[in-house]
Write a protein that binds this ligand. Structure first.
Ligand code: ZN
Ligand code: ZN
Ligand code: ZN
Length: 369
């Protein structure tokens, strides 16, 4: 049995069904595959993992900007990316139904020990929140509604609160950095990788500042100042020496303004699909929150996308919807697919992202489905 399953894993490997091959390899190992042949299975497992780990790469072209490209054929249903957000927030109507840290639904929730604004799914998430952003946010969350600050403002604040204040001065948007890949126009970490938890990648997301009106820029500047005033109500700046405070506050406000400009074009809505058991077509998407994902933000839009997103709490899983050929650009959808929405409506929906879509569905005005 173990040998038969191992042989099937070899056949699946040659058919490029790497996920299924991996499952069979593990099954064969658990069924007692002969010891003296084990090296073959481990070698195949290593090959599968290597191939799966590198289905895509970040590319750059003057006319397309940064984008994601397939480095091999990607099979329908295959996972292209699993990414945790740098920061995420719930929409207010979900505050009493989901954990404020992982965004998963909970029925046996735990309250915050110090405020009545949030709940957590477990001791672990509660402790995590007290160690990180909620330690500061706890005192000021109530003001967000009063000041009519939206979810992007809270997401910006939470992004800053995940960093210790004494490191705020280390971040600048300098393209002169030695870690900046000029050919791909991306920032790499110490291991030469583009990483989801590297704050520099969040700072480097496109802001479209030059396409904003003076009124918009003024309004965002006021918002960043309001966020600074809220931060001052917390202990966030407590460890900063008094002589450094003005410079650190200016830097924090500058970064918050940068994020207030970039997040509306780069943050992703986190949603869940409410499945209608009688008809898949009647199932609806329900908004859970918003998150900022550095790699996910590099996927360009198409009205006829090649991948789809599913969220588990705030973890995003991106899967191929059909066969994606090697070298093809891997496109996502920013909320307007050609099957459901007409060309002119799609262009209006996409206007917040400051680009005009030129995908084939737009070029040839494909009919609705
Ligand atoms: Zn949780
Ligand atoms: Zn609290
Ligand atoms: Zn389009």
């Amino acid at each position: 049995m173990a040998v038969a399953i191992a042989n099937r894993s070899a056949a699946l490997f040659h058919l490029k069904r790497y996920n299924e091959s991996l499952i069979d390899i593990d099954l064969s190992l658990s069924k007692g595959y002969p010891q003296h042949l084990l090296f073959k299975l481990y070698e195949r497992k290593g090959d599968c993992l290597k191939i799966l780990a590198s289905s895509c790469k970040v590319s750059f072209r003057e006319d397309m900007g940064r984008h994601i490209r397939a480095v091999r054929d990607i099979m329908p249903g295959e996972i292209v990316l699993i990414e945790k957000p740098f920061a995420s927030v719930l929409v207010p109507q979900q505050y009493w139904m989901r954990c404020n840290v992982c965004l998963k639904p909970t029925v046996n929730s735990l309250p915050c020990p110090n405020c009545v604004n949030v709940i957590f799914c477990s001791e672990e998430c509660c402790k995590e929140s007290q160690k990180s952003f909620h330690r500061f946010e706890c005192k000021i969350l109530g003001y967000f509604k009063l000041l009519e600050l939206d979810r992007f403002a809270l997401l910006v604040l939470r992004t800053i609160l995940t960093l210790p204040a004494n490191t705020v001065m280390n971040y600048t948007k300098s393209k002169m950095s030695s870690r900046y890949s000029k050919s791909k126009k991306i920032i790499l970490n110490d291991k030469n990788q583009y990483s989801w938890d590297d704050y520099n990648t969040i700072c480097d997301l496109v802001t479209n500042e030059d396409k904003k009106t003076a009124k918009e820029l003024f309004s965002k500047s006021i918002k960043s100042f309001m966020l600074l005033k809220l931060l001052e109500q917390t202990d966030y700046f407590n460890d900063i020496p008094v002589e450094d405070l003005p410079a650190v506050k200016i830097q924090a406000t500058t970064q918050m303004l940068n994020h207030l400009l970039s997040f509306p074009c780069n943050a992703h809505e986190i949603f869940e699909i409410r499945l209608d058991p009688s008809s898949v077509a009647a199932s609806v998407s329900s908004e859970v929150g918003a998150g900022i994902y550095s790699t996910l933000s590099l996927f360009n839009h198409s009205c006829d996308p090649l991948v789809t997103r599913v969220f588990y709490g705030d973890v995003c899983v991106v899967r191929a919807m059909g066969l994606i050929k090697k070298d093809a650009e891997v496109t996502d959808n920013y909320g307007a697919v050609f099957q459901m929405s007409q060309l002119d409506l799609r262009q209006v929906q996409l206007s917040q992202y400051c680009f005009k879509c030129t995908c084939d569905a737009c070029k040839y005005d494909w009919p609705l489905y």
